[in-house]
Design a protein around this ligand. Structure first.
Ligand code: 8YV
Length: 320
C-alpha cells in the first residue's frame, strides 16, 4: 500500500522523522533559512496527506483547492494567524498547533527582552566591543530598574502567566488585561485585572502577548502610545500586526515612551533599512521567542505526533 505523504516546509533533523519513516513518505523543503517559494509549496501539497508548516506559509483557499488529499495541517507554532480556519473547516482539514511545549521558553525570551531593553544590555555589549570603554562615569549606560516596577501584561494566556510568574521573582506589581479574567493569575500570582487604558497608563513595562486577530490588529497605535508613561518600555513577543509600527517609531522618536524590545514585526524578515533598526533604544530580535534547541525539537515532535494522530485515526493531541 502507498504510504501517506507528509510535506514539511522546512528542513528538520532526520532523526526526529525516524520513528515514523515506515509509515509515511516524507518530503521536505531542503533549504534551512529560505522559505519555500509559494509555487513550490502549491506543487508539493498536490498529493500530500499532511502538511507541517510555519507561520510564513499562508494556508488559504487557494492552497486547499490544489491539495484534495490533505487531511491535516500541523503548524509549527502556537499562533495560527497564517491559517484561514474557516476554509480548513469547510474542507474538513484538521489544524493543529504547538501550545504548552513553548510556553516557558517564550516567557524566558520575553523577560530577556525586557531586561535587555531596561538595562541597555545590547548597547553596552556594542560599547565595550567597539573599544569605547575608556572610563567610568556615574550614569554610563544607566538604564531603568526592573525590580519592584509595574509590568502590564496584555494577553494573560499561558505565556502571559509564565511571564507573570517570572515577574513575581522581581517583586514587580503585575497588571493584566485579557478577554476574560484569570483566577490563577489573580489568586496565585497577585496579578490585578485592569482595563487596557489603565494598564497603559500605569505600567513601566507593557508586554504584548496577545494573538493577532481582528480585535487585536494595531491595538498598539498612536493613541495607546500616548497613554503610556514617558519612561515606559514596550515589549512585543506576540505578532508584529498588533502594533502600528509608524506610531511606535513616532512615539520613540518623540520620547513619548523610552524604549522597545521587539521579537516580532509587521513584515518578517524586517528590512535592514527599516527605521526601527536605526533606533538605539530599540532591541530587535529575529522572532526567536520559542527558539531553544530543546523547545524547537519538542515543537517538531508535537507536529509529527499531531499529523500521525490524524492520519492514523487516533486523533490529534493539540487540535485548534
Ligand atoms: C514559532 C511563534 O516557532 O509559536 C508561535 O506562535 O511565533 C513561534 O514560536 C515561529 O514563529 C515559527 O513558526
Amino acid at each position: 500500500m502507498k504510504k501517506p505523504i507528509i510535506y514539511i516546509s522546512r528542513q528538520i533533523p532526520a532523526e526526529l522523522l525516524h520513528p515514523y519513516k515506515d509509515r509515511y513518505q516524507f518530503r521536505m523543503w531542503d533549504k534551512e533559512a529560505v522559505p519555500v517559494p509559494r509555487d513550490v509549496l502549491l506543487k508539493e501539497v498536490q498529493d500530500a496527506d499532511g502538511l507541517i508548516c510555519l507561520l510564513s506559509e499562508k494556508v488559504d483557499e487557494s492552497l486547499l483547492k490544489v491539495a484534495p488529499n490533505l487531511r491535516v495541517i500541523a503548524n509549527l507554532a502556537v499562533g495560527y494567524d497564517n491559517i484561514n480556519l474557516e476554509a480548513t473547516k469547510k474542507e474538513g482539514v484538521v489544524v493543529t498547533n504547538t501550545p504548552d511545549v513553548l510556553t516557558e521558553t517564550t516567557a524566558d525570551l520575553g523577560f530577556a527582552l525586557l531586561m535587555a531593553s531596561a538595562r541597555r544590555i545590547i548597547e553596552a555589549n556594542h560599547y565595550i566591543k567597539t573599544n569605547q570603554w575608556e572610563n567610568w562615569a556615574p550614569f554610563l549606560l544607566a538604564g531603568s530598574d526592573i525590580h519592584h516596577k509595574t509590568i502590564g501584561i496584555v494577553g494573560m494566556g499561558r505565556i502571559g502567566e509564565a511571564i507573570a510568574r517570572r515577574a513575581t521573582g522581581f517583586g514587580m506589581k503585575i497588571l493584566y488585561h485579557n478577554r476574560s479574567r484569570k483566577v490563577n493569575a489573580e489568586e496565585v500570582l497577585g496579578a490585578k485585572y485592569v482595563s487596557i487604558d489603565e494598564l497603559l497608563r500605569q505600567s513601566d513595562f507593557v508586554v504584548s502577548v496577545v494573538p493577532l486577530n481582528e480585535e487585536t490588529e494595531q491595538l498598539f497605535n498612536e493613541e495607546a502610545f500616548q497613554k503610556m508613561k514617558n519612561s515606559s518600555i514596550f515589549i512585543n513577543i506576540s505578532r508584529g500586526g498588533v502594533v502600528d509600527e509608524s506610531a511606535l517609531i513616532k512615539a520613540l522618536k518623540a520620547n513619548q515612551i523610552s524604549g522597545a524590545g521587539l521579537d516580532v514585526f509587521a513584515e518578517e524578515p524586517i528590512d535592514r533599512e527599516h527605521p526601527l533598526m536605526k533606533l538605539s533604544n530599540v532591541v530587535c530580535l529575529p522572532h526567536i521567542g520559542s527558539a531553544s534547541m530543546e523547545t524547537r525539537r519538542k515543537m517538531i515532535e508535537l507536529c509529527l505526533e499531531n499529523a500521525d494522530g490524524v492520519l492514523q485515526g487516533t486523533g490529534p493531541i493539540t487540535p485548534i
